[in-house]
Structure formats: structure tokens, C-alpha cells
Write a protein that binds this ligand. Structure first.
Ligand code: NAD
Ligand code: IPM
Ligand code: MN
Length: 350
């Protein structure tokens, strides 16, 4: 029995997570996958009503009582400080030390990419985004705030341990999955200190994987190459901020934010799975958000928990939905969120 904490969150989060949960429950009922789902109402509504973002003791509870976490999205225009996302999402990433943000960029169907004449084989790579430090460390501050002489500093933190473990994770993945190249993206031509550390660690780690090509690109050039020649990528590794940016671009290449899945992982510990997209306030409450990113995220979670066959079953159902245009409008269908989710759930059961 695997225990799953479900945190739908804000905006379209609850709508897409409802469909991911439907698919999981259908699998449980028809294929005997032993899952116990527990819902938590952490998000903007709770914060506005009670002043609580991440409840006290939440991280200890998640680590002690659950096998995985399935989350929707966090962010609400009524909370401009973004405190809920900071406390709940970044709080879980940092607090549970989920140092790998694994974001596959995998084209499901050639019709879905905005690039011309690309096959599914040409857009198929994974991004290893560092997920606990970098520009997300929250360090910085104001001096003379609100005056004409105001100064704002925003610091970036790079620890040797933090850099090394994400680069090792990328090479280990490449080795285990017979990928031939790991490409590191940085801005070491400008960020002389952090960039230098990443460069040295990358070269040192790469030496232990002679069968894998170690490739480096400046991140600005990488955004260009991702569009012009995505086929060159197997495994990409980058810091927290660049990884965030590159994976929205990657999502766009592979069909859009609506279909992109991700895992926040610390091998051997409770890990968090969430679609790449956010709460998309303009879409919320309209039954138009694409649930496939959340459903593919649930599949990724199942694979992580050891249910590889069931994960493949979900992915095949989503692929078939994309082929038959049994999808929401953003990827060319005319179904609503619930109808697209139900189509996949039926296919998974059948
Ligand atoms: P977003 O990902 O929420 O949406 C950007 C656009 O992408 C949407 O307007 C929509 O056109 C499209 N899109 C996203 N998800 C879709 C889906 N499932 N189906 C169809 N189209 C989809 O990014 P944003 O508008 O920059 O951010 C909105 C809020 O979400 C902000 O508060 C932001 O901080 C937050 N956010 C949260 C997460 C997260 O919780 N993991 C991720 C990104 C953004
Ligand atoms: C993501 C999001 C988050 C991030 C925000 C909401 C803090 O953009 O998960 O990609 O920047 O990591
Ligand atoms: Mn992002």
C-alpha cells in the first residue's frame, strides 16, 4: 500500500489534480494498484481564511507518513507576495531536500510541437534542474528602501555539495538510460564564481563517466539551440533558475505547459510530483485547463513508486488521446478538462 498526499493548491490546480486522481483511482479499482490518497487543502484559500500557508509540522508529517506527494499549483493574484508558493512549494522542495527537479521534454505526437517537421524522436530529452539552492535561496535584502538611493540585492547560493549531487544525478540517469550526452547550461562567462564552481565540478564528475559525452553550452545559446536543433539533447543539467526557464521552453516544444510533467526528487525519500505549469488564473474554474500534465505527472509518480507497468498504461492512454484529439483546446481537441480526464480514465481501465 502506497500512501499519497494530494495537495491540489490554487487556480487550475484542483481541476487538473481531480483528473489525475480520477485516473489513479480508476487504476486502483480496475488493476489493483494499492494506493491510499489523503487530501490537504493547503493553498491560497486557506491562507486568506486562516493565515496558514504550510501548517506547522507538515514537512515532518509528509516525510514520516507518506510515500509520495502529488501537488497541483500554487499562486494566486490576491497574494502578490507569493507567500503560499514560497512556503508550501519551495518549502517542500527545500525542507524535504528534493534536490532533483526532473522535467522530461518528450513530444507525444508530432502534431503538438510548434516547430516545423519534427519527429517524436527529435524532441526527447530530460532536464535535471537543481532544486534547493541557486537564485532560490531567498538571500538578499533592501537598503534605503523606497528612497531614490534604494539598493536591492538578490544573492545566488552554490554549494559544492549541491552542485555535485545534481550533476552526478544527471550522469547516473544518462548511464542507466543509455543516453549518450549530458549538456550543462550555465552563464559562466559572466557569473565568474558560481559558474566557475559548476564548470570545475562538471568536468570532475564527467571524468567518472567516460562513455558519456560531457557537453557545455551557455544558457543563452541553449535557448536558441533548443528551438533550432532539439535533437542534440539527451540529458540537460542546470541550476535552479536556468532550469526553471529552460523547462517552460521545453514544455512549449513538446506541446505546451498543459502537458508537461515533473518530479521533485530525493532518491530514497518522500518525493513531490507536480505538473510544470502554474495556477493559470485566467483559465481557472472554466473546465478548459489541460489535465494531461497532471495525469502524466501521476504516471511519473507511479513509476517512481515501482509501478512501471501502470505508469506506461497511463502514458499510452494520454498518447492515444493526443492522437485521437480527445483533448482540451490548447492541444487541438474540443473536450473540457473533466471530459479529457474521463476519456483517459476509461482508456486506462479498459
Ligand atoms: P502558468 O503556468 O500558470 O500559465 C501560463 C500560461 O500557460 C497560461 O495562461 C496558459 O495559457 C498556459 N497553461 C498553463 N497551464 C495550462 C494547462 N494546464 N492547460 C492549458 N494551458 C495552460 O504561469 P503564470 O501565468 O506565469 O503563473 C500563474 C501563477 O502560477 C503565478 O502565481 C505563478 O507564480 C504560479 N506558478 C506556480 C507553479 C507551481 O506551483 N509549480 C508553476 C508556475 C507558476
Ligand atoms: C515552477 C514554478 C516555480 C519555480 C514558482 C511558482 C516558484 O515556476 O515550478 O517551475 O520558479 O520553481
Ligand atoms: Mn516555472
Amino acid at each position: 500500500m502506497k500512501r499519497i498526499a494530494v495537495i491540489p493548491g490554487d487556480g487550475i490546480g484542483p481541476e487538473v489534480i481531480a483528473e489525475a486522481v480520477l485516473v489513479l483511482e480508476r487504476l486502483r479499482d480496475t488493476h489493483g494498484v494499492a494506493l491510499e490518497l489523503t487530501h490537504f487543502d493547503w493553498g491560497a484559500e486557506k491562507f486568506l481564511a486562516e493565515g496558514i500557508s504550510l501548517p506547522e509540522g507538515a514537512l515532518e508529517m509528509l516525510a514520516g507518513e507518506f510515500d509520495a506527494i502529488l501537488a497541483g499549483a500554487f499562486g494566486d493574484p490576491r497574494i502578490p507576495s507569493n507567500k503560499v508558493a514560497e512556503d508550501v512549494l519551495l518549502g517542500m522542495r527545500r525542507g524535504l531536500d528534493l534536490y532533483i527537479n526532473l522535467r522530461p521534454v518528450r513530444l507525444l505526437d508530432p502534431r503538438l510541437t510548434p516547430l516545423k517537421e519534427r519527429t517524436v524522436e527529435e524532441i526527447d530529452f530530460v532536464v535535471f534542474r537543481e532544486n534547493t539552492e541557486g537564485a532560490y535561496c531567498g538571500a538578499g535584502g533592501f537598503l534605503k528602501k523606497g528612497t531614490p538611493d534604494e539598493i536591492a540585492t538578490q544573492e545566488e547560493l552554490n554549494t559544492r555539495k549541491g552542485v555535485e549531487r545534481i550533476i552526478v544525478a544527471a550522469f547516473e540517469y544518462a548511464r542507466a538510460n543509455r543516453r549518450k550526452r549530458v549538456t550543462m547550461a550555465d552563464k559562466s562567462n559572466v557569473q565568474r564564481f558560481g559558474g566557475d564552481l559548476w564548470q570545475r565540478v562538471f568536468k570532475g564528475v564527467a571524468a567518472g563517466y567516460p562513455e558519456i559525452e560531457a557537453n557545455h553550452q551557455y544558457v543563452d545559446a541553449m535557448t536558441m539551440f533548443m528551438v533550432l536543433d532539439p535533437a542534440q539533447y539527451d540529458v540537460v543539467v542546470s541550476n535552479n533558475l536556468f532550469g526553471d526557464i529552460l523547462t517552460d521552453l521545453g514544455a512549449a516544444l513538446a506541446g505546451g505547459l498543459g502537458v508537461a510533467a515533473s518530479g521533485n526528487i530525493h532518491p530514497g525519500r518522500v518525493s513531490l510530483f507536480e505538473p510544470v505549469h502554474g495556477s493559470a488564473p485566467p483559465l481557472a474554474g472554466k473546465n478548459i485547463a489541460n489535465p494531461f500534465g497532471a495525469i502524466l505527472t501521476a504516471a511519473m509518480m507511479l513509476r517512481h513508486l515501482g509501478f512501471a507497468e501502470e505508469a506506461t498504461r497511463i502514458e499510452a492512454a494520454v498518447l492515444e488521446a493526443a492522437r485521437q484529439k480527445k483533448t482540451t483546446q490548447d492541444i487541438g481537441g474540443n473536450l473540457g478538462t473533466r471530459e479529457a480526464g474521463e476519456w483517459v480514465a476509461q482508456r486506462v481501465a479498459g
